[in-house]
Design a protein around this ligand. Structure first.
Ligand code: ADP
Ligand code: MG
Length: 215
């Protein structure tokens, strides 16, 4: 039996992720100042502040509409590449779970898989390009493998979280192919990609939320 995630759960998770992002402002801004233009934290934090503000309204919507609403807010409120990429990804995920009032583990995996595919197409990026995809892609692969094996939800969430965090860590060694770090002479080698780190925060909070509250 899979867990069931409601809109209330998703809003609760968003609030936790917003706090995690908010609390790591100095660290993330420093990472983006090193390999980019320094605004990644301000961009993503502003987006999450808007999501938190829309929380009470989103709690009353079916899950498919929550994803669409998050997509529209991220697209319109977050500046930079991340706004377009997260916005498009969430809107695509909303379509993938069309008609769903709540979602189960398979649906959540489908939503995340849809997101990473949309990001790769929209951003013309692949895993290994030193972007946020390097956290989300391995997390989705781990999720799919767990579902195929029939692992428990607890084991699945632990595996997804680990893959997301390890994936972000891997960006340290990577040469940037897309995004601002690719304009640098050393292509950002030796530094973590800020977008991969904020992606891993979100996936970590999501997995922890499911484990603590839905299993
Ligand atoms: P910008 O680079 O426009 O200033 P942000 O600072 O908000 O935008 O976000 C930077 C992050 O966006 C990078 O750390 C990287 O993870 C991600 N990123 C940039 N370009 C791409 C792309 N083409 N595909 C996927 N992710 C990307
Ligand atoms: Mg930037």
């Amino acid at each position: 039996m899979s867990f069931t995630m409601t809109s209330k759960d998703y809003v609760a998770y968003i609030n936790i992720a917003a706090k995690k992002i908010h609390d790591n402002g100095e660290y993330i801004s420093k990472l983006d100042a090193t390999t980019g233009d320094g605004d990644h934290w301000a961009n993503i934090n502003m987006g999450f502040e808007n999501l938190v503000a829309a929380g009470p309204e989103m709690e009353t919507m079916p899950m498919c509409d929550v994803f669409k609403k998050i997509g529209m807010l991220m697209m319109s409120k977050i500046g930079g590449s991340s706004g377009v990429l997260y916005g498009g990804a969430y809107m695509a995920a909303g379509k993938a779970i069309a008609g769903k009032e709540t979602i189960d583990s398979k649906d959540l995996c489908l939503a995340l898989d849809t997101m990473v595919n949309d990001m790769m197409t929209r951003g013309k990026a692949q895993p290994g390009y030193k972007t946020m995809i390097d956290s989300l892609y391995p997390a989705v692969q781990a999720y799919k493998a767990c579902l195929e094996r029939g692992d428990s939800d607890a084991d699945t969430m632990a595996a997804v979280k680990k893959a997301a965090i390890d994936g972000a860590e891997e960006t340290k060694k990577m040469e940037a192919v897309k995004g601002r770090a690719s304009y640098q002479a050393n292509k950002g080698v030796g530094h973590l990609d800020p977008g991969a780190v904020t992606m891993s925060y979100q996936l970590e909070c999501l997995c922890d939320y499911v484990t603590a509250n839905l299993l």
